[in-house]
Write a protein that binds this ligand. Structure first.
Ligand code: ADP
Ligand code: ASP
Ligand code: MG
Length: 339
């Protein structure tokens, strides 16, 4: 049992943000494994890494370690990780690009998980261990969007101690030949649910920078309303159609096991957030935007007829516009006007 938690890049973007996460963990003694993403924008920078950028990223993580007053051993891990990135950067031309990129992506996840581990182990009075995600997230060799090997993951996870709080990385894995892989950009949510399914956890909590899944991206319309309860199917449809708040495959491992997934804000930990399970209250709806398409998701989409539908499924209708953001905002305003 226990709870698997995942902290996204914006939740660990600064030393102060990590301190907020530490407080959250202190208040959730049921957490027994934590997946930490690379700090905000780090993975994007690693994608286009230069020696100058590496120096900037190194300083950023070292400054965080100094601010958090972490042990010398954590500083050494950060330095060693930077050294690894430097070596990788030097041999970029000799490597196959996607495989090289997956190895480079590991660097961001290493830096942040060492910082998080350092900060947590200083504060928490329980057994805390840093865990290399590549030891448990076994995948095929599709670099850039590797397919997890669920049986192997289950076997590795069964070796973990039940008494320890593990701190591990997001979205990275390893293939049969021991080469670094990734589950796809933004895939740390998926790491959390894969591990939770293997552990038969009680719940997963995805800590992010918004207070749950809303009727629309709150950056698109600030009148977005947080949806307290949502079905796996609705959340997956929203994610597949562009709602960035969840990686599209996140719920696949937990649906059959009926493990609830909560989406909560690390900035407002006391607000209830969204609970994703097999319960779906009537009248729920959400909008997602991808390129020039706006998808309206609701359980009774089959019964609806509207002008301008370009695609549909049993729980969604798709509309198209050169200004998809404006279209989504207009549809959203119309929908909430009667609420
Ligand atoms: P993290 O770094 O924690 O993984 P992400 O940036 O991947 O965070 O996801 C959170 C972002 O998802 C929010 O900042 C928000 O702009 C965006 N988002 C898109 N659609 C929605 C939605 N329907 N509800 C809430 N947030 C959404
Ligand atoms: N750090 C990775 C990325 O930015 C994984 C994640 O954040 O989910 O894609
Ligand atoms: Mg994300």
């Amino acid at each position: 049992m226990g709870i698997v938690a995942k902290f996204g890049g914006s939740s660990v973007k600064s030393a102060q943000a990590i301190e907020r996460c530490v407080d959250i963990v202190t208040n959730f003694p049921e957490m027994d494994l934590i997946v930490v993403s690379a700090t905000y924008q780090t993975t994007n920078k690693l994608e286009h890494l230069t020696f100058e950028l590496l120096e900037e990223l190194h300083k950023h993580h070292k400054n965080m370690a100094f601010y958090l007053d972490l042990d010398k051993s954590i500083h050494q891990e950060i330095d060693a990780t930077t050294e690894m990135a430097k070596n990788l950067l030097e041999k970029k031309e000799e490597c196959e690009l996607l495989s090289w990129q997956d190895q480079m992506y590991c660097v961001g996840e290493m830096w942040s998980s060492w910082l998080f581990y350092g900060a947590i182990s200083k504060k928490l009075n329980r057994d805390v261990e840093w865990l290399d995600a590549r030891k448990i997230i076994k995948t095929d060799s599709t670099f850039g969007c590797a397919i997890p090997k669920v049986d192997l993951i289950e076997k590795e996870v069964s070796q973990l101690s039940e008494k320890t709080l593990y701190i591990t990385q997001g979205f990275i894995g390893e293939d049969k030949q021991g080469r670094g892989t990734t589950l796809g950009r933004e895939g740390s949510d998926y790491t959390a649910t894969l591990i939770a399914a293997a552990k038969k956890s009680q719940a997963v909590v995805i800590w992010t920078d918004v207070p749950g899944i809303s009727t629309i991206d709150p950056r698109v319309d600030n009148q977005a309303i947080v949806i307290p309860q949502m079905s796996y199917k609705m959340a997956t449809t929203l994610a597949e159609h562009g709602a960035k708040v969840l990686f599209s495959k996140t719920l696949d491992p937990v649906v059959k096991l009926n493990i609830p997934v909560f989406v909560k804000s690390s900035l407002e930990p006391n607000s209830p957030g969204t609970c994703i399970s097999n319960q779906s209250p009537e009248g729920n709806f959400g909008l997602a935007i991808k390129d020039k398409f706006v998808t309206f998701v609701c359980d009774n989409a089959e019964e609806l007829e509207m002008e301008g539908i370009v695609d549909r499924g049993d729980n969604f209708l798709v509309f198209e516009s050169e200004n998809a953001i404006q279209l989504a905002r207009d549809i959203h305003q119309n929908l909430i006007k009667d609420m």
